[in-house]
Write a protein that binds this ligand. Structure first.
Ligand SMILES: Cc1cc2nc3c(=O)[nH]c(=O)nc-3n(C[C@H](O)[C@H](O)[C@H](O)COP(=O)(O)O)c2cc1C
Length: 310
């Protein structure tokens, strides 16, 4: 059969196929091949570099299935076909030449090429589309997911210690991901910072250790900010979970994650102020000042501070 333009595009873009063969005892074998490519309108090809199992299986049963999937668009193809192994001769040289030219493949690493005549192909689509989401919406969601994985693994300051995952929700200290609209939108209506101007929130965030809480789709749904010297003293401020996301333990998890942060260990004092959540914070060891008569503060009420600006 002929491979459609879209089939060829997905294979070219992804270059990673999961190749299924059948072992002599009838059990399935599946392994990834990052050399999966379009050979021509009717054939795919991959290189045998470290695929002894696949090659042994193909020697007795040339039936093969290859799945190539775009992990961002959540779509791909299942290709079924017959495999022909090339380990010498003009065709093998032609394959090696193309890989060398197009991908800089070192021919010394290649033990054989597997040419697959595609006999059937079916599109595979994720159930993420079942709710009629558009491709753009799905792509945006999974791009955010993969970007978070990448940031968590490779970006300085976004290391795994500072990131927590649960049920698709994420807490991250990566300040580039914070959504000022969400944070300011909530804080200007909060009882403790009513009318706070956007630039004040922005400046406060800039100089604090900030924790963003993100829904599985990547949008920010909660926040916490710690003002600290990262050695002796910390003050927990502006913590919230947006109302529609409450009731599923996210707030407690956010507090736990803040308290577990490596820069906030061994402190002499960890303070916060609350009107009504004493019982909640008591679970984490927050208690009224033992000697309140020793605590002094300069305090300004919001109206006095932000009254004219808000
Ligand atoms: C992302 C990825 C791409 C890979 N690409 C290839 C490849 O193109 N050719 C190959 O021979 N091995 C490749 N490998 C290694 C094989 O998948 C691996 O050695 C596997 O165990 C082989 O299984 P098999 O012996 O059953 O074929 C790749 C592995 C990964 C994780």
């Amino acid at each position: 059969m002929r491979l459609t333009e879209d089939m060829q595009r997905v294979v070219r873009e992804q270059a990673l196929g999961f190749v299924a063969t059948v072992r002599a005892d009838g059990t399935p074998a599946l392994s990834p091949k990052g050399t999966t490519s379009v050979w021509d309108d009717e054939h795919l090809v991959f290189l045998h570099i470290h695929s002894e199992g696949t090659m042994a299986n193909l020697a007795t049963n040339p039936h093969v299935e290859v799945n190539v999937v775009d992990p961002i668009r959540r779509k791909g193809y299942r290709f079924a076909g017959h495999a022909e192994t090339l380990s010498q001769g003009a065709r093998f040289e032609e394959v090696l030449g193309r890989f060398e030219r197009e991908r800089g493949t070192d021919r010394r690493a290649v033990k054989a090429a597997v040419l697959i005549e595609v006999t059937a192909a079916h599109e595979v689509i994720s159930p993420a589309y079942d709710d009629r989401s558009s491709e753009a919406a799905i792509a945006q969601r999974f791009f955010a997911h993969h970007r978070r994985l990448y940031d968590a693994a490779f970006t300085a300051g976004g290391g795994s210690q500072e990131v927590a995952w649960r049920d698709g929700y994420e807490i991250s200290t990566d300040r580039r991901r914070l959504d000022l609209d969400v944070v300011h939108g909530f804080l200007r209506g909060a009882y403790w910072s009513r009318g706070v101007p956007r630039d004040v929130v922005e400046r406060a965030m800039e100089h604090s250790l900030c924790f963003g809480l993100y829904a599985p789709g990547g949008e920010q749904v909660g926040f916490a900010r710690v003002v600290t010297d990262r050695a002796a003293i910390a003050y927990l401020a502006d913590i919230f979970v947006l109302p529609v996301y409450r009731g599923r333990g996210l707030g407690v998890w956010l507090i736990e994650t803040v308290l577990a942060h490596p820069d906030l260990q061994g402190l002499r004092r960890f303070e916060l102020a609350t009107d009504d959540a004493h019982a909640l914070y008591a679970r984490f060891g927050f208690a009224p000042f033992r000697q309140p008569e020793r605590q002094l503060v300069i305090e300004r009420v919001d109206d006095e501070l932000y009254g004219q600006r808000a």
